[in-house]
Design a protein around this ligand. Structure first.
Ligand SMILES: CC(C)(COP(=O)(O)OP(=O)(O)OC[C@H]1O[C@@H](n2cnc3c(N)ncnc32)[C@H](O)[C@@H]1OP(=O)(O)O)[C@@H](O)C(=O)NCCC(=O)NCCS
Length: 150
């Protein structure tokens, strides 16, 4: 399925917002699926982060949004990764995650961190298969981390 997938960086906040809206019914956390939150996240991603969109045959398959600018701790942060349900299980998520890791490494990050809801079993399995390890737990979240140097 991954063969004809196109990955591209999106920098305009309007375009980021439109990709996010397109995938919003697939957010695990539906409490952030409202126009104001999506707009403010899109503005933040455009200003401080990196946003990569995956398209297959002109349709949006998903996206990853992350930050690679902590020059002090050299720790990137994966904010969101979403694959539309009809494209799941075909390796697109893993490929976006690989691109995120590569980009973080290029920007000088040595680790990549993320927060995931303890009930999001599919995502936890997905992250662990892609080299993340649990580092802590707080309330309903697990914090996972990947060493980018190995
Ligand atoms: C988590 C997510 C990004 C994975 O994307 P994906 O493109 O389906 O992942 P891949 O195809 O690369 O699959 C890699 C692994 O994910 C897990 N996975 C994928 N599809 C799965 C399914 N239908 N059921 C259970 N696990 C699944 C498996 O461990 C799989 O490994 P395998 O192929 O060896 O079985 C996607 O399921 C998603 O968007 N979920 C909703 C949003 C979300 O929870 N995002 C993370 C928190 S922000």
């Amino acid at each position: 399925m991954e063969d004809c997938v196109v990955y591209e960086k999106v920098t305009s906040h309007k375009e980021i917002e439109s990709v996010m809206i397109n995938c919003s019914s697939d957010f695990f956390d539906q409490s952030i699926n409202n126009p104001e939150t999506i707009k403010s996240l899109a503005l933040k991603f455009a200003e401080y982060g990196t946003f990569i969109c995956a398209r297959k045959e002109e349709r949006i398959a998903g996206f990853v949004a992350f930050y690679a600018n902590d020059k002090f701790k050299c720790c990137g942060f994966l904010s969101m990764i979403i694959i539309s349900h009809q494209f799941r299980g075909g390796g697109i998520g893993s490929s976006l995650l690989r691109r995120c890791s590569e980009q973080c490494k290029k920007s000088g990050m040595t680790t990549l961190r993320l927060e995931v809801n303890e009930k999001n079993e599919r995502a936890i399995l997905f992250y662990k298969k892609n080299g993340f390890k649990e580092i802590s737990k707080k309330d309903t979240s697990f914090f996972l981390e990947k060493n980018l140097l190995i």
